[in-house]
Design a protein around this ligand. Structure first.
Ligand code: SAM
Length: 288
């Protein structure tokens, strides 16, 4: 089978199957071999690795992954792509294609079954409409992971990487940085895809920490505090947290914790580091 990263080969396959792109599935297929090489290199895959690919499309990156990995599991929602993948991946006996919605499959059971529960690597050119739920699902469900190397919208890659005091900083930055070390490894312009997306893209690698860099006494409570802090971004923490349903903290408790931390009673969530959020949530818990 010819390499699909070359535009003419991709177009030939699409024409042969009379394939119609589905906007609702975020279908933008990669047609640039140097970008494909960059993603595969950044993921550091070897024959020891079991790889989960989310959204293989017509199998362009899947071919690269199959060459380098021990095993590849590819989950694709669009059933029109299944016969195409059968043909484009026919040369590989280490690829399993699952026709399902990645947000509905039990990834932990797949890892248990296919890799004896040992950590996998995730590599994908993600459908942009569900980037955040996919990443948060992998982390929050504690899928055994070494790393996640993904193409995402450039702006979302920036949000994952930034620290306090920037407009992009928010709940996604903190969640990603609690679980993993983020590094943008490439910026990718729209002309590397067919059809071209309206936005710039970036490849980001998230290397899973063995232990989170901060100690949260109650992880779920930490994330509830973070979410509440950014739900009402323009509000001070004292107001935002005491109004938040489900947290069960009052204004006095928030103000006294901020004081204990040496922070102003009028500070906003966007000014706090991950470490400060962990301390804030631990101290709030002690006052409940
Ligand atoms: N990997 C291919 C490439 O790089 O050329 C395709 C990438 S395209 C940006 C995203 C792929 O994810 C599409 O094939 C799309 O059908 C698939 N997809 C969209 N939503 C999905 C979902 N919920 N679960 C699994 N796959 C999905």
């Amino acid at each position: 089978m010819a390499t699909l990263g070359i535009p003419q080969n991709t177009i030939a396959v699409l024409q042969k199957y009379n394939f119609n792109f589905q906007k609702k599935f975020g279908q933008n297929f990669l047609i640039d071999t140097s970008v494909l090489d960059r993603i595969i290199d950044a993921s550091g895959i070897t024959k020891e690795d079991c790889v989960l690919e989310i959204g293989p499309g017509i199998g362009t990156m899947t071919q690269y992954l199959a060459e380098r990995a021990g095993e590849v599991i590819a989950v694709e929602i669009d059933k029109a792509l299944i016969p195409i993948l059968k043909e484009t991946l026919a040369d590989y006996d280490n690829v399993t294609v699952i026709n399902d919605d990645i947000l509905k499959v039990d990834i932990n059971s797949i890892v248990e079954e296919r890799n004896g529960g040992k950590p996998i690597k995730v590599v994908a050119n993600l459908p942009y409409y569900i980037t955040t739920p996919i990443i948060m699902g992998l982390f929050e469900n504690h899928v055994p992971l070494k790393s996640i190397t993904i193409m995402v919208q450039k702006e979302v890659a920036d949000r994952m990487q930034v620290g306090p005091g920037t407009k992009d900083y928010g709940a996604l930055s903190l969640a990603v940085q609690y679980y993993a070390k983020p590094e943008i490894v490439a910026n990718v312009p729209p002309n590397c895809f067919i059809p071209r997306p309206n936005v710039g893209s970036a490849v980001i690698r998230l290397t899973r920490y063995e232990e989170p860099p901060v100690k949260a006494d109650d992880e779920a409570f930490l994330f509830a505090v973070i979410r509440a802090s950014f739900n009402q971004r323009r509000k001070t923490l004292a107001n935002g947290l005491s109004n938040a349903p489900g947290l069960g903290v009052n204004r006095e408790q928030v103000v006294s914790v901020l004081e204990e931390m040496g922070l102003s009673a009028t500070i906003r969530g966007e000014a706090l580091t991950l470490e400060q959020f962990a301390r804030l949530s631990n101290l709030l818990l002690q006052r409940l």
